[in-house]
Design a protein around this ligand. Structure first.
Ligand code: ZN
Length: 194
């Protein structure tokens, strides 16, 4: 049990509490379901990998995603999203022309997820190396989203980076997948300082 909890805790966004809850749930599954889960994890590992710059999920045969390697995209802006699904939803709108960073989760003290569990060190590293002028935070407007946005702002504002977040046009708790393009464009255009 301790080994499974340790393994689960290595996932971004999963703290000790969540890992323990998941481990007990997995132990309670049928043999078939556990085998299916293990096989699926093994397969996905062989077919995909995170982009080595932004951590977006990409095909295993690529090293860096098409956005990170593009010279057409504005590298002075990084839009910070929770996961690849949110990134893909923003890309479908086609309005944002900067780069991205996928944190893999939000800080959530109640679930035991700290700043160490999400990819913030990597974001700080990118801000230090690339000529980043603005960080646009595109988390959902929840307690966790706001707390993580504030944490990022406190980290990066002293480094001279403008930290903004999407305007509140999005219904509380909903994410980008169920939001229409015009609402997303307005939320980007009317972004505010964190
Ligand atoms: Zn990338």
């Amino acid at each position: 049990m301790a080994a499974l909890i340790d393994s689960l805790q290595k996932l971004p966004g999963i703290g000790h509490k969540s890992a323990t809850r998941l481990a007990y749930h997995i132990v309670g599954l049928s043999d078939n379901d556990v085998n299916l889960l293990a096989d699926t994890i093994r397969d996905i590992k062989q077919n995909t990998r995170p982009c080595s710059i932004c951590f977006r999920t990409i095909d295993a045969n690529m090293e860096v995603c098409d956005i990170c390697s593009s010279t057409e995209r504005d590298s002075s802006m990084i839009c910070v999203v929770k996961d690849t699904r949110d990134l893909d939803a923003l890309e479908r709108v086609g309005f944002y022309k900067g780069k991205y960073h996928v944190t893999g989760g939000l800080i959530s003290p109640l679930s035991g997820v700290t700043q160490e569990d999400i990819r913030l060190k990597e974001l700080i590293g990118r801000v230090a190396e690339e000529d980043v002028k603005e960080i646009i935070i595109a988390f959902e407007p929840t307690v966790e989203g706001d707390a993580t946005a504030l944490f990022i702002s406190r980290l990066l504002t002293p480094a001279g980076v403008k930290v903004t977040k999407l305007a509140r046009g999005l219904p509380i708790g909903t994410d980008f997948h169920s939001t229409d393009s015009l609402t997303i464009v307005k939320a980007i255009e009317n972004r505010t300082l964190v």
